[in-house]
Write a protein that binds this ligand. Structure first.
Ligand SMILES: [Zn+2]
Length: 123
């Protein structure tokens, strides 16, 4: 599993405690954090609470900074998994869908109608 940062809500007066427990300070984001493989990860999250707003900002900044890299890796992924992505599944309702279209397919009239009729068919 990849290691990621967990941001914490550490109050100013608790900063020395937090530091001694192995958390680190991000001066750009002005927030304490630890890595997800930290030994006391769960305890620290319980103690200080996770700072989700900073996490959102950090993720957003990362996406903006790495826009091209992300687009490129998506492209590579799609290219690599083209067959899998485009693989067609036969649905029991008689319809055909691709994996990415499954959510849409199960809302189609044909599928819904089939599912509604199902209990009757089985009895
Ligand atoms: Zn279906």
């Amino acid at each position: 599993m990849p290691v990621y940062r967990i941001f914490l809500n550490v109050d100013f007066q608790d900063r020395n405690d937090a530091k001694s427990l192995g958390t680190k300070w991000d001066s750009n984001l002005k927030c304490w954090y630890m890595h997800s493989d930290h030994l006391n990860c769960e305890t620290l999250v319980k103690r200080y609470g996770e700072n989700k707003e900073v996490k959102r900002q950090s993720n957003k900044r990362y996406r903006e900074k790495n826009k091209e890299k992300i687009a490129e890796s998506n492209k590579v992924y799609k290219e690599k998994n083209k067959d899998k992505i485009n693989e067609k599944h036969n649905c029991e309702c008689g319809g055909i869908y691709r994996k990415s279209d499954k959510a849409r397919h199960i809302r189609t009239k044909k599928h819904v109608k089939y599912m509604e009729a199902l209990p009757k068919l089985r009895n």
